[in-house]
Ligand binder design. Structure first.
Ligand code: NYM
Ligand code: MG
Length: 211
């Protein structure tokens, strides 16, 4: 038999509506895993640093208009351009804590009326998360949290549709976490779930692919 890879890292994704608290929890979790002596990196999608990411960013800030299907494919391509690096890092033993992934891609685009299965198709074949932590908060409660940043999609009515779409995408890798709990309570729940999946990956859980 061929020797197993080094103990691979886990692909951990945080998902949720805008203002659900994902970004804070991603950075807290990344720091925590680092203190545990693990190799870990914080990633996010869209990755606004690439050429495609810059187009996405100008779309989101309404400096540029794009057809709904086109921007959907661009968000997906922005994940595909990172696929090889993502897989290399995971196989080399680095755990990735990722702020948004394909679920955001589908949930937001389908909220505009695009067909859900059509939206899922370009994501097929990307590395599948070992754990999706969904920070569950209603669109109304999220909006009360000190305002959105003014980007496209940051409207309560739209976020309600996004929330419904997220819920229809749940699979066995998901854990719903009540995001209205205190930031420290959330942090410790997230730590526990993350450590468990990191252990599973170290003990041979195979990397799989979407969906
Ligand atoms: N978004 C994010 C999408 O519409 N499709 C995607 O594939 C991804 C990853 O971009 N409102 C939306 C969700 C957010 C917006 O994300 C910017 P962030 O995390 O606020 O930078
Ligand atoms: Mg945002």
């Amino acid at each position: 038999a061929i020797a197993a890879d080094v103990r691979r890292g886990a692909l951990i994704v945080l998902e949720g509506l805008d203002r659900s608290g994902k970004s804070s929890q991603c950075s807290r979790l990344t720091s925590f895993l680092h203190t545990q002596g693990l190799s870990v990196e914080a990633w996010r999608f869209p990755d606004r640093s690439t050429a495609m990411g810059k187009m996405i960013s100008s779309y989101l800030s309404s400096q540029m208009d794009l057809d709904d299907a086109s921007i959907h494919l661009l968000f997906s391509a922005n994940r595909w351009e990172k696929r090889a690096l993502m897989e290399a890092k995971l196989r080399a033993g680095t755990t990735l804590v990722v702020d948004r992934y394909s679920y955001s891609g589908v949930a937001f685009s389908a909220a505009k009326g695009l067909d859900l299965d059509w939206c899922k198709a370009p994501e097929a074949g990307l590395p599948a998360p070992d754990l999706v932590l969904y920070l569950d908060i209603s669109a109304e409660a999220a909006a009360e949290r000190g305002g959105y940043g003014g980007e496209r999609y940051e409207k309560v009515e739209f976020q309600k549709k996004v929330e419904q779409n997220f819920k229809s995408l749940q699979d066995s890798t998901w854990q719903n976490i009540d995001a209205t709990q205190s930031i420290d309570t959330l942090e410790s729940m997230i730590r526990e779930a993350a450590l468990k999946v990191v252990n599973d990956c170290h003990s041979g859980r195979e990397l799989s692919h979407m969906w």
